[in-house]
Design a protein. Structure first.
Length: 391
């Protein structure tokens, strides 16, 4: 009888977060962003096209710079002109980052402008990558399911829900002018509860890990806000941010969006470390049910000290990896280190790294405290609260 009750308790604890995550995913898939019709060109189709042949006779090569136009003969593979063969223009602006060259057999995204049911111009937008992206994402999700089983399924759900929450909730709210810091904080707290409940179910471990992670994210948000003002960093350091202002969104507060990006970027690592500390404390309590809260907290501190070093380095590498080219430019020009560190783009990354690292350093003791206090107060540790591998 007791085993049956424990089994029902276990199923409810683990199944309910999965059901809620599935419901959230369905709702997010259905609801619109509100920007579906905000197209730059209304009388144009964005379709896949097959490149049949190319003509580079008007392309001008000047060392590394290419300019002019590449003319491509393409077959349109979608939209109202599907099957039509026509010439398309690929304009080159002398930027290796922006320009692309097509070869026969390539698949491309093309913009087909039309009027009165006839094609007016066809422009080559970029190489078509969606099929390969879907294949790569599908392979990752399949590998995760095969390797991790039920835990992998919960990881897939949290991954999909995170992407949808970012795209369907966060981005539209920011574009509409809502306070970026409060919107991002709300999103991160929802994600923290969602991810950790999928790992633990709704029990004391989830509450302990969520509490520690939420407090650490709050510390990161406050420190990011203060540091951005103290370092006199403008949010325009973010790529493409100025393009938003010139596209009719002058009311956006780029500084607050920059602050939001700081704790958003570190929240995943904070959750990961919270799970590590909480699971370690829970394991200690399971092995020694009569342990005091003080002893359990001390064990969490010991695990946290070891984990903080590697996790902080991981965050540093994650942020600095995207700025390798910039660092190479500074070194190639012989820029002194003090000028390098004072440069606003580098200073912005320093804020990202150090403010995020503050969150990682504080989540360890905070989660150790919340876990020690909550997990040692159980009169009985049920089998449903045995530790699982983190998502």
């Amino acid at each position: 009888m007791m085993k049956k009750q424990l089994s029902v308790h276990f199923n409810r604890q683990t199944a309910l977060p999965v059901i809620l995550a599935l419901i959230l995913m369905i709702v997010l898939l259905i609801i619109p962003t509100g920007y579906e019709n905000a197209l730059s060109y209304q009388n144009a189709d964005r379709v896949r096209a097959l490149v049949l042949s190319t003509d580079e006779s008007t392309v001008i090569d000047t060392g590394l710079v290419r300019s002019g136009e590449q003319i491509c003969q393409v077959r349109i593979l979608g939209g109202q002109f599907k099957g039509r063969e026509t010439a398309a223009v690929n304009r080159l602006n002398g930027s290796q980052a922006e320009d692309k060259l097509f070869s026969p057999g390539d698949y491309a995204f093309a913009v087909v402008s039309h009027s009165a049911g006839e094609i007016t111009t066809v422009s080559m937008a970029d190489h078509y990558r969606l099929g390969k992206e879907v294949w790569l994402a599908g392979s990752f999700l399949l590998l995760l399911l095969l390797f991790a089983g039920g835990t992998g399924l919960r990881a897939v759900l949290s991954f999909i829900d995170t992407v949808l929450l970012m795209w369907k909730i966060l981005i539209p709210c920011l574009l509409k002018g809502y306070n970026p810091i409060w919107v991002a904080l709300a999103l991160v707290f929802v994600l923290t509860e969602l991810v950790l409940s999928l790992i633990y179910g709704f029990d004391r471990r989830c509450l302990a890990a969520v509490s520690g992670a939420a407090l650490a994210i709050g510390v990161t948000a406050v420190l990011g806000y203060v540091s951005t003002d103290l370092f006199q960093i403008h949010g325009a350091v973010m790529e493409y941010s100025e393009s938003l202002l010139y596209s009719g969104y002058q009311y956006l507060n780029l500084n607050q969006i920059f602050v939001a990006s700081i704790f958003l970027g570190s929240s995943g690592a904070v959750m990961d470390l919270a799970v590590d500390i909480c699971s370690a404390v829970n394991e200690v309590v399971l092995k020694k049910p009569d342990i005091s809260a003080k002893e359990a907290i001390a064990s969490g501190f010991a695990v946290g000290r070891a984990a903080c070093g590697s996790t902080t380095t991981t965050l540093l590498l994650a942020y600095s990896g995207s700025y390798i080219a910039l660092l190479m430019v500074f070194m190639a020009q012989g820029t002194p280190v003090e000028m390098l560190l004072n440069y606003k783009y580098v200073a912005a990354e320093i804020i990202h790294t150090l403010a995020g690292s503050f969150g990682l350093v504080t989540v360890a003791p905070l989660t150790a405290i919340t876990s020690g206090l909550l997990l040692t107060r159980r009169n009985h540790v049920s089998p449903s609260e045995e530790p699982e591998a983190p998502v």
